[in-house]
Design a protein around this ligand. Structure first.
Ligand SMILES: Nc1ncnc2c1ncn2[C@@H]1O[C@H](COP(=O)(O)OP(=O)(O)OP(=O)(O)O)[C@@H](O)[C@H]1O
Ligand SMILES: [Mg+2]
Length: 261
């Protein structure tokens, strides 16, 4: 059997057997004359760690923003857990967002609030999901314990190192018990050892909660360790897909050029 045929069969089989959590088809988005996404496709399956790479300005963050309804695409189909984003009203979108955790590079902690207050913040916004809570402490502590920082509950962000802040931000995404976690550059700005700790934490969280994760990163080591599958975004499309090994050994000139940089 020829390799292409085999690989097409496997994909069709995968679709049938695995639950699709995020489905993006033929996504287009331009800003004026800048055509950023030009027919991007992506599926995230339940429980997997999907890494999306692409050079700076290729549209990775725009894709994530379309996904959570922060940017309106020009055309295309996006569904998250079988909810087509463009058909949702504000309230339904908000409910869906409570199932999605974000760890964005810019999602800094509120400097004037303690660690505990930072974690309580999303709980107030999504009260409906958590139900009536008389005491938030057990949930706050559980989330902090998941990132190994229960002792930091009463500290101020200024008293934390960069790696600790990132872990608190991760705890804050866990507080709503998300089914999906979106990471935009989770290790940027951290030294190699702290980056490794964050990656290990991401893997532990996935094992504990069974979350499905979309990870955008420039960090090739992070991609190697964490990815079940990868997509390379080039020229506005999902140019190449496969495992880390598939992509790193690809003979395609654009894929090779990306990893050689
Ligand atoms: N709100 C906006 N208005 C106009 N142009 C935008 C907007 N958001 C993004 N862009 C443009 O879209 C392109 C893709 O941006 P995006 O932030 O998605 O890149 P990226 O792949 O995430 O890059 P990086 O790796 O540097 O984070 C860039 O040319 C950027 O200038
Ligand atoms: Mg970006």
């Amino acid at each position: 059997m020829k390799r292409e045929t085999h690989s097409i069969r496997t994909n069709a089989q995968e679709d049938l057997e695995r639950e699709v959590i995020i489905d993006i088809r033929d996504l287009y988005k331009s800003f004026g004359k800048v055509h950023v996404l030009k027919g991007f496709n992506m599926k995230l399956y339940k429980g997997e760690n999907l890494v999306v790479m692409g050079k700076s300005g290729s549209g990775k963050s725009v894709m994530i923003k379309c996904l959570i309804g922060l940017i309106k695409p020009d055309s295309g189909y996006i569904s998250v857990m079988n909810n087509e984003i463009k058909t949702l009203n504000r309230e339904t979108l908000d409910t869906l967002r409570s199932d999605i955790g974000f760890l964005f590079q810019g999602s800094a902690l509120y400097d004037s609030m303690t660690v505990r207050e930072n974690l309580e913040f999303p709980m107030r916004r999504h009260k409906k999901k958590l139900g009536p809570l008389t005491d938030t402490t057990p949930l706050v502590l559980e989330a902090l314990e998941s990132v190994g920082l229960a002792d930091a509950i009463d500290l101020m962000p200024a008293e934390l190192s960069g790696g600790m802040k990132r872990r608190v931000a991760l705890a804050r995404t866990l507080i709503l018990q998300p089914k999906i976690i979106l990471y935009d550059e989770p290790t940027s700005g951290l030294d190699p050892i702290t980056s490794k700790e964050i990656i290990e934490l991401m893997l532990r969280i996935q094992a504990k909660y069974g979350t499905s994760s979309l990870i955008i990163t420039h960090d090739v080591d992070c991609a190697r360790v964490i990815s079940d599958r990868m997509i390379l975004l080039v020229d506005g499309i999902n140019y190449a897909e496969g495992t880390y090994e598939d992509l790193i050994t690809s003979a395609d000139p654009k894929v090779e050029a990306f990893f050689k940089k």
